[in-house]
Design a binder for this molecule. Sequence first.
Ligand SMILES: Nc1ncnc2c1ncn2[C@@H]1O[C@H](COP(=O)(O)OP(=O)(O)OP(=O)(O)O)[C@@H](O)[C@H]1O
Ligand SMILES: [Mg+2]
Length: 437
Amino acid sequence: MNTFGGDEVGAVVIDVGTHTIKAGFAGEENPKAIIPSVIGTVFDSDDKSKISSYYVGNKEISFARPGMEVQNIFNSDTGEIQNIDYFEKALNYIYDERLGVKPNEHPLLMSEDPLCSSSGREKLASLVFEKCNIPSFFLSKQPVLSCFANGKYTALVVDSGHNATTVTSVHDGLALRQSTIKTTKVCGKVLDEDLRNLVKTKRGGKDILAPHQFTKQRSSQQPSSKSTKIVEHHIDGLTQSFNDYSINRIVGDMKINLLRASEDGAVQTGNTPLVSFELNDGNDIEIGLERFSICERLFNHEYGLAKLTCDSINKCDVDLRKELYSNILLVGGNTLIPGVPTRYEHELIRMAPNNVKVKHPLNTKISANIHTLSTSMGNSSTQSTMQTAVAQLQERKYASFIGGSILASLGSFQSMWISKSEFDEMGAAQCLAKKCP
Ligand SMILES: Nc1ncnc2c1ncn2[C@@H]1O[C@H](COP(=O)(O)OP(=O)(O)OP(=O)(O)O)[C@@H](O)[C@H]1O
Ligand SMILES: [Mg+2]
């Protein structure tokens, strides 16, 4: 704990992601604030180059405001902060509105993408020290934090989020950059796109309606819900980015309710039961086989989760591979789709080196499945044990936040913070390279 004015104050922990930013206090099990990673901007009506208002947070972003553009704070290819001013607005909102504390009174631990650029992290350090007046700061790679959340220093971390899946080998608490593989082909966003397209096709080309695009009128003669009439309307000046954002939120909810992964890879053809889903405009759609087939891309043999796991492990030193195969962490919101961990295991065993035996089941806390594999990857030809550990749902969803929360509350960590005076003396580049490699 750092001490300010005689009081012990806990650190703030912020885990960044392209879908949501998770923020809270060190020592807590879950983030206190989960905010969408977007910002709404409205330009000045006289000077179109000047932003007159910013909107952050679920409620503010959901309100239909003419002229409001909705943009992601993070770059869709790299996941890095795209616009540091927007990120500053998000930080202000988190501190003022959601955590209710002052930035200058708490150390800040932030997560970062394992492939982040030096220039991006230097900009961030300058922002937090110079503009937000954070007293001390630390940046930690997301897969390393996921390891800490699971009590590990060495593991292979498969993080499947909204915009990308990133697979990283972590050894002795360090993320191995050369082993890191990132793809945007497998992520929550592409499943959302597939589902939105499917619904559109089933509705004869008509997109899902966002809440601001219609009202429901009840017939006075027939008061049952089926007699409700949908009246579509158009609000002048709403932007395409706002419409898309609003629709994608609905699609995201549908995905959570509908999508399932086939556990053994046998996506049945004829007899998958149809499930009816009521859209917010009251219309039902039925979906059967597609509930499973949409998820098949997660297990694509060229770029799916299991393939990336093997590829990442193969980029590591031969002596480390066996240990990585026996310490696999599957994290990120996209892995919460029912059936994903079991299927992942199934595919991994198929692809991993020779004769793997599996002991079920999955999905229990850090409980492992023991496989025996005849290894040809290391220097041994004998049977060795492979374990894969899959954390519980909540732990999978907030793994990096939880790891950050644990790390920042460890007594032994307190000397690791970059202080403002160190930042002033050494400059961003040097102190980050030294303290947050
Ligand atoms: N229960 C669930 N079932 C299916 N998908 C879910 C579930 N919960 C969250 N998701 C999806 O997981 C994704 C968000 O995951 P996560 O919070 O790990 O992403 P992120 O860290 O913000 O993004 P990234 O790591 O790609 O930058 C979204 O696509 C969301 O719809
Ligand atoms: Mg993430």
